[in-house]
Design a protein around this ligand. Structure first.
Ligand SMILES: *Cc1c(COP(=O)(O)O)cnc(C)c1O
Length: 336
């Protein structure tokens, strides 16, 4: 391998910035299982205020925040209505079944966007069927390409949830990307939901952590499930300190990631790869090609890392540690 390593496998691969490391070094900490870590409390407060919720709860991962939300919202034997390709099913290892005893019911989601009428039609009440327990959306929708859900769709699904008396959760791992892409406040997205899971360790750049947001009662119940899952962390302020920097400084960097994703997508397209540019709305690009793994291996040998997610799909994800220089290198490798 010659030249720099350009890691576009995910936006989780960022390493903590100098400011994060300094904040971690200086963090005031306590035992967070006793709710005595001031830095964790500050992060939870700040995330809740930013998204317009009463309370927040810091956890090690987005899988845990999602699965704790499902555990609180549902009862065994129920269904979780979610768009096809949802992370809560595709990439969370069957945890909704093993931990909460619930199963998914998918609604169609072209380019990640479900139709609120399809969500309504998916709701079940009959004695012969598993009843609907909750609805969960994903914004941005990862498997559909990092696509953004229009605010009208969020409002439409919220109306369905309200009329049907179902809790509505957002897997908002990358909701800050959705807010940046639409030029809206994060709370303009979050206000439609009863609970939101937000990842600090994706594009926002923190080394570890996600926050679950909701009402005081919801978060009270979530505490118990977090502990059951092994997510009760002690002097977690060390991590929350970096999370605070990510929350405060990360969102401003996302638009540049989106611009670079767009430029790389165009390069891929010009090099003959099958990319649906309409889906390149935030920091991700999916290209469809035969034998994805072989292509990914060939790029990796030259320092460009991407993910072969299916046998015929490759994903590239931009993040703040990919500079314009590194992007230019990546483009050279793809062109040659
Ligand atoms: C990354 C991600 C998560 C959480 O994943 P973890 O690896 O558990 O932090 C949840 N939802 C979506 C859409 C994601 O991309």
């Amino acid at each position: 391998m010659t030249g720099p390593r350009i890691d576009l496998r995910s936006d989780t691969v960022t390493t903590p910035t100098e400011r994060m490391r300094r904040a971690m070094h200086e963090a005031v900490v306590g035992d967070d299982v006793y709710a005595e870590d001031p830095t964790v409390s500050e992060l939870q407060r700040e995330a809740a205020d930013l998204l317009g919720f009463e309370a927040g709860l810091f956890m090690p991962s987005g899988t845990m925040t999602n699965q704790v939300a499902i555990a609180v919202h549902t009862q065994r034997g129920q269904e979780v209505i979610c768009p096809e390709g949802s992370h809560i099913y595709e990439w969370e290892l069957g945890m909704m079944a093993t931990f909460s005893g619930v199963v998914p019911r998918f609604v169609p989601a072209p380019r990640g966007v479900p139709d609120p009428d399809d969500v309504r039609r998916a709701i079940r009440r009959s004695i012969h069927q598993s009843p609907s327990g909750m609805i969960s959306l994903e914004d941005t929708h990862n498997k559909a390409g990092g696509t953004v859900l229009p605010l009208e769709v969020l409002a439409g699904v919220r109306d369905v949830a309200e009329q049907e008396g179902l809790p509505l959760h957002l897997d908002g791992a990358r909701m800050m990307n959705a807010a940046a892409a639409q030029g809206v406040r994060p709370s303009d997205i979050a206000r439609h939901f009863h609970s939101v899971s937000l990842c600090l360790s994706k594009g926002l750049g923190a080394p570890v952590g996600s926050v679950l947001l909701g009402s005081r009662d919801f978060i009270g119940a979530a505490h118990r499930y977090r502990k059951m899952m092994g997510g009760g962390m002690r002097q977690a302020g060390i991590l929350a300190a970096a999370g605070l920097i990510a929350l405060r400084e990360g969102p401003a960097l996302l638009q540049e990631d989106h611009r670079r994703a767009r430029e790389l997508a165009v390069t891929l397209k010009e090099a003959g790869y099958d990319v649906d540019l309409e889906t390149v709305q935030t920091n991700m690009i999916y290209a469809t090609l035969p034998d994805a793994q072989t292509r990914v291996n060939a790029w990796a040998a030259r320092g460009l890392l991407a993910s072969a997610l299916d046998h015929d799909r490759v994903r590239f994800v931009l993040h703040h540690q990919i500079t314009d220089d590194l992007l230019a290198h990546a483009q050279d490798i793809i062109r040659s």
